[in-house]
Design a protein around this ligand. Structure first.
Ligand SMILES: Cc1ncc(COP(=O)(O)O)c(C=O)c1O
Length: 373
């Protein structure tokens, strides 16, 4: 965020910045969703919804699980939240009392740790492999984590690696965490943005004890609207309802109405077209960065990130990112945002800008790095 702020500052001062740090799609919210939002406002749909969300939207998400993934998820188990962020707060508040352990991955989404800490629980991060070396198995957690566990939080596809966990691994990890007295929480916010493989959901395991976080932010292109959801075990919904009433009352009402249009066939076609554009960008950027000397830690199969080793150029990724921004106007996120594991040798490239801009970024990097190698 500090880097983004600096990049914006430079832009105001007239510099041209290639943004490869931004964790949100560059595309506009699909037209049908925008129009549904405008209509909701015109029809005065501006009062609170129930804290669990607009019933029609809970139903629409349930249908989406059925039609896209062939899995039955009852609408009563789905709570609408202010983004995945709201779902994360609800689930951690529900599962972890003060001092209890919540297991997270390193690298991982930085806010997870902060939310766990805010709620007075104890984040325990486990250094995980990346890509084919992901080795995210129960044995790793068994060896790395002592004592009882309130929750294990994983993301698939992941930020910052783009890795996808297979369903067998998730089932194994659920057995591990329930053996330690806790619950598995899977953040599927990048669902729909998979490349070279079908989109999946952990709901297909039909394990009613697994919590699933999701959002309209990324695949559906609605970051600023603030709508997400949580799939939770039926017996926890009443407590989650109370927590939602106290934490945020409800997600934005017009935004929830707008989100109903996310599942229209034309919207889904448009989103699929965008997914293919992300894939083209990934397929361009990965080899281009490798040619420059960045070592790719995996072939990301999802999200819109490439997590790379930059040690050919620097052992201080924070400084390296600052210098790239100041000197050539290329904004990239340093690894320290995502954990501690070799973070000073890692950077995250987001392909949330056009192919032309990515090419411009590579051109600038090429000139700059040939001097520093
Ligand atoms: C893994 C992950 N989870 C959750 C979020 C929060 O998303 P939102 O609250 O916009 O749905 C993000 C945002 O970048 C993310 O990368």
């Amino acid at each position: 965020m500090a880097l983004l702020a600096r990049a914006r500052e430079l832009e105001v001062a007239g510099r041209d910045i290639v943004h490869m740090e931004v964790g949100e799609p560059d595309f506009a919210t699909p037209t049908a969703i925008q129009q549904a939002g405008i209509q909701a406002l015109q029809e005065q749909k501006t009062h609170y919804t129930p804290a669990t969300g607009l019933p029609a939207l809970r139903q629409a998400i349930s249908h989406y699980y059925q039609s896209r993934y062939g899995v039955a998820v009852a609408a009563e188990r789905i709570l609408i939240t202010p983004g995945a962020s709201g779902a994360l707060q609800l689930v951690i508040a529900l599962l972890a009392d003060a001092g209890e352990t919540v297991v997270l991955t390193d690298p991982g989404y930085p806010c997870n740790r902060n939310v766990v800490q805010c709620l007075a629980a104890k984040p325990v991060t486990v250094a995980c492999g990346i890509g084919e070396q992901a080795a995210l198995d129960a044995q790793l957690f068994e060896q790395s984590v002592a004592g009882p566990v309130a929750a294990l939080l994983l993301a698939s596809p992941s930020n910052p690696t783009g890795d996808i966990l297979d369903l067998e691994t998730l089932a194994e990890l659920e057995r591990w965490v329930s053996g330690r007295g806790g619950a598995l929480v899977v953040d599927e916010i990048y669902q729909g943005l998979e490349y070279g493989q079908a989109s999946r959901t952990v709901c297909s395991l039909n394990n009613p004890d697994i919590y699933v976080i999701n959002s309209f932010s990324k695949f559906f292109g609605m970051t600023g609207w603030r709508v997400g959801w949580l799939v939770a075990p039926e017996q926890t919904v009443a407590d989650l309802d109370k927590l939602a009433q106290n934490l945020f009352l409800a997600a934005s009402t017009p935004a929830q109405h707008a989100a109903l249009a996310a599942f229209l066939p034309d919207t889904l076609d448009e989103l699929e077209r965008r997914r293919r554009i992300f894939q083209q960008r990934r397929d361009y950027l990965r080899p281009a960065l490798e040619q420059l000397g960045f070592k790719m830690l995996s072939v990301p199969r999802g999200a819109f990130y490439l997590y790379a080793d930059c040690s050919a150029f620097s052992d201080d990724s924070m400084r390296f990112c600052d210098e790239m921004l100041e000197q050539i106007g290329v904004a990239v996120t340093p690894g320290v945002d995502f954990g501690q594991q070799q973070a000073s040798r890692r950077v995250r490239f987001a392909y949330t800008t056009s192919l032309e801009r990515l090419q411009e970024g590579i051109k600038r990097l090429s000139g700059y790095l040939s001097g520093s190698q």
